[in-house]
Design a protein around this ligand. Sequence first.
Ligand code: ZN
Length: 301
Amino acid sequence: MKILLDAGHGAGKAHNRGGLYYNEGDNNFYYSLVLKSELEKYQNVKVNLVRKKITDNPSLAQRSAMGSGYDLFLSLHSNAFSDPAANGTTIIDSLERPNTALAKDLSKAIADTFGHRNRGAVYKEGQPGYNWYGVLRFNKAGSSMIVEHGFHTNPKDCLFFKNNHIAVAVASAKVIAKHYGLKLKGTTSKPESNQGGEVMYRVQVGAFKVKGNADKLLKELKSKGYDAYIRTEVDSIPAKQGIKVGSRVKIKQGAKSYNGTGLSSFVYRNTYTVDQLKNNRAVLDTKGINTPVHIDDLILV
Ligand SMILES: [Zn+2]
């Protein structure tokens, strides 16, 4: 099936709609990327974005026209109201092409994830027989609806949505999958993990020794609309022990070779050069004893 995600509004403060912890248009965009990747975990799903870049901001009529050829068009928003106490999830379903069952289930699943009020599915008529909302009016997608993920004028709703894109996307994708009979990818073949965990394919774009360089790349990726993050890792054993190619080392008394075979006693008295190093496997004096040894069995001299 084909799904079009319409992240509401445009980028930056100019398009904010009173959000307490985010500019609504920015948050809608970042959320659309997460929801896209959750939906694409299902088989035979093609997901496109109305806003491919965070700065894209087509008119409501253009967005509506883009729905043509899609089975489902979701316009992603959060709500606003003068009273900060107002909270809850609402779905405005298209009265031109209603899909009440999906709208109701989606609203409930999202409200349950937020732990707030489920305002359910509503309809708003403009000209008789037509939607009041421009993004739904004349929208030719099989189903089209506006999803109001809580109120960004409510501190709790706003902060929750900002910090829980994945949870909200997972719950939404599950409901959509149920309604359209979608199966998770890989469910017909042998599971990759016996613990039922999902297989994740992460894409790394850089690794740096200086944190400032990582921060710089992160900023650049975020400015391009990628939901990037920095993960700090301590490099594996060789760096920790300071042993590297060219290091002079002794072998610990009684240690075996990397392959588990015993070594002659004279070996422990001599000093060798690390000629090769891969993970924890060091090869000593390739032109001499040419022996692979576990790095834990080496002493730096
Ligand atoms: Zn909005």
